[in-house]
Design a protein around this ligand. Structure first.
Ligand code: ZN
Length: 157
């Protein structure tokens, strides 16, 4: 059987493969992870790859870098169907599907400057997921709603 994806991106020895990213979101995923190539890791991006499950999908491979749980949680904000494969010695050592929690804590800040979560002694930021497609979060404290663009802005380097 012909493995088209395999042909597009070579296997890596160790690192992370983020698969099943919503088509067109690969660069946003890299941005939210603060990966811009300056770290020196080899990063491969495939966009609009054919997928049985999703029609089209994006794939990101980062060599010699394993994602931390808080980074995985951030990916869920943009690509709720993504799967994270940790690769060691050319094999999948660990495979997890991202999961967007119902309540999001501490990953993002509220856009409202007078929100109590932005006060001098701030309350821990807390958001409820109103919708995942398109993404919409609502602040627990002030009710400010934030969409994908506002969230992405916080991660621009
Ligand atoms: Zn707020």
């Amino acid at each position: 059987m012909r493995n088209e994806e395999g042909l597009r991106i070579q296997k890596i020895e160790s690192g992370t493969v983020i698969d099943h990213i919503t088509a067109g979101y690969a660069l946003d995923v890299l941005r939210i992870l603060n990966i811009d190539g300056k770290e020196g890791h080899v990063v491969s991006v495939a966009m609009n790859v054919r997928s049985d499950k999703m029609g089209r999908k994006d794939i990101v491979k980062i060599e010699n870098r394993e994602l931390r749980q808080e980074e995985v949680d951030k990916i869920a904000l943009l690509a709720p169907r993504a799967t994270i494969n940790i690769i060691r010695d050319y094999g999948v050592a660990q495979k997890t599907r991202v999961k967007l929690p119902e309540v999001i804590r501490d990953i993002i800040r509220c856009d409202n400057p007078v929100c109590i979560s932005n006060a001098k002694e701030p309350a821990e930021p807390r958001f409820y997921v109103v919708s995942t497609g398109p993404l919409l979060l609502r602040c627990h404290y002030c009710g400010r709603e934030m969409g994908r663009e506002e969230i992405l802005k916080q991660f621009s380097s």
